[in-house]
Design a protein around this ligand. Structure first.
Ligand SMILES: C=C(O[C@@H]1C=C(C(=O)O)C=C[C@H]1O)C(=O)O
Length: 460
């Protein structure tokens, strides 16, 4: 079932934008009403969204089609003055990793798919910032939207200064979903299945729940992640504020339940589509950072020549090329290289393709997700292994997050190096590719290394 939820039954869309002198990202996000949206990608405008003029949700195996149909309906009758391309109407959101995600803790409010058309949007481009007000429904008349745009412009211009970025809140307690012995047994069992020929690769993940000393400031964390990971895709997805299940439906305590926020800074693009040009990444195979440039380079060279990591990587690169082939008149992938991030280095093959006919980006998302960088091979057996092995719900971790527009173009990243936070509790996720030569201890260490991206922003 897909649903397009708007203020009213009809879906007439009105969107108005004006250039504004760039307000501080943190000040805008701090003052924004929920659900808040952030999207920031290399070579793309950064977007902060406030509230929802329309929400698209879907569950089940047909969720990609359902979202696409609802998006087409939403975008079908638009009265849009965007002024700049980056401020054109777009839906921001994503999907759960598994089609049958249970939406249990900490994933309450995160359905199989959910996209938001923000009520208010600030778009930061190289040529300055734009403020956009959107409305959907029969009451969405241009005059009312223009009046709101004036009011929002005044509000944005007089936002209080966000002050200095706060230090990380500090971690007081942590709980792992996976004990060391269980991890070793799971990796060994996966390796046995690989050696028996049932599997080629499976990505196994862990979750880490941390209690923070103070409620998390998502704007501060996103700002710091932007500084530390400029080459990554930063995102923030929030469900609409929901009632507390422990209090009655009419209770005031409902309003006190902390807002859930799913956010991260991921190095992995799942796919971007513009015109008929497709860009995607094969990213798999990991090592650490060195203490010196020479040590960094040594580690990078070792990674490029390491048989186990190259095998793990090539399974991904090959699969991505194969999955794009039916859509494409050409697929190009250069020699693999190393992507160096603040805490890790990865083997990376950027893949580009030209489509043989027009496609919606969600068709490509559906074809590619999950790549063997986060699922495995063969895909169905790997997914079954993940479900049987992992003692927690991946929710939206390692799943597609991004945006779509009226033309069916879009960009999606793989939601890695991510956490879902609610007040002073956060759950972090990280996984590793298990192949024939995997060693449980080394894979354990790699999971801990991948947690660093977010733990560094939470620990004092
Ligand atoms: C699964 C994660 O990362 C993925 C797995 C990698 C690997 O196994 O080497 C590397 C990059 C990502 O494709 C994660 O960060 O949680």
């Amino acid at each position: 079932m897909a649903s397009l939820r708007t203020d009213e039954a009809e879906t007439h869309l009105v969107s108005r934008s004006v250039p504004v002198s760039a307000p501080s990202f943190r000040a805008v996000l701090d003052a924004a009403e929920a659900p808040r949206t952030v999207w920031s990608a290399p070579d793309e405008a950064t977007v902060v969204g406030e509230g929802a003029a329309a929400t698209v949700t879907a569950d089940g195996p047909n969720r990609f089609d359902r979202v696409r149909e609802a998006a087409e309906e939403l975008f079908s009758s638009g009265d849009v003055h965007a002024g700049t391309e980056a401020a054109r109407p777009r839906l921001f959101g994503g999907f759960a990793f598994h089609a049958d995600s249970a939406h249990g803790p900490p994933w309450e409010g995160f359905p199989g798919a959910r996209f938001v058309f923000p009520r208010v949007q600030v778009t930061y481009t190289d040529d300055g910032a734009w403020l956009t007000v959107n409305a959907v429904g029969p009451d969405a008349d241009s005059e009312a939207v223009e009046e709101r745009l004036d009011r929002e412009r005044e509000r944005i211009a007089s936002l209080p200064d966000a002050g200095p970025v706060a230090d990380p809140p500090g971690v007081v307690d942590r709980r792992r979903t996976t004990a060391r012995d269980d991890w070793n047994a799971s990796v060994d069992a996966a390796v046995d299945r690989i050696r028996a020929g049932d599997l080629l690769k499976v990505v196994l993940a862990q979750a880490l729940e941390v209690d923070l000393e103070a409620p998390l400031s998502v704007p501060d964390v996103l700002e710091r992640l932007g500084d530390a990971y400029p080459e990554c895709y930063r995102f923030l997805v929030e469900p609409e504020p929901e009632p507390d299940p422990e209090s009655g439906p009419e209770s005031d305590a409902a309003a006190d339940r902390p807002q859930a926020s799913f956010f991260g800074a991921t190095p992995e693009r799942l796919v971007s589509l513009r015109g008929r040009t497709v860009e995607t990444d094969a990213l798999a195979g990991t090592t650490g950072r060195g203490e010196t440039p020479a040590e960094d380079e040594w580690l990078a060279q070792e990674l490029l020549n390491d048989e186990k990591n190259v095998h793990e990587h090539e399974l991904v690169a090959e699969t991505v090329r194969e999955q794009l082939a039916p859509f494409a008149s050409s697929v190009n992938a250069p020699e693999r290289r190393v992507k160096r991030l603040a805490t890790v280095q990865h083997l990376w093959t950027p893949v580009t393709a030209t489509l043989s006919e027009n496609e919606h980006v969600l068709s490509l998302v559906e074809a590619l997700h999950p790549t063997p960088a986060v699922g495995g091979l063969p895909p169905e057996t790997a997914l079954e292994t993940i479900r049987d092995t992992e003692p927690f719900d991946r929710g939206w971790y390692a799943a597609p997050v991004g945006w779509i527009d009226a033309a069916g173009y879009g960009t999606f990243a793989v939601a890695l190096r991510s956490a879902v936070a609610r007040g002073d509790v956060a759950t972090l996720f990280a996984g590793v590719g298990v192949v024939e030569d995997s060693d449980p201890d080394r894979e354990w260490d790699e999971v801990q290394l991948k947690y660093r991206a977010l733990l560094d922003e939470l620990e004092r």
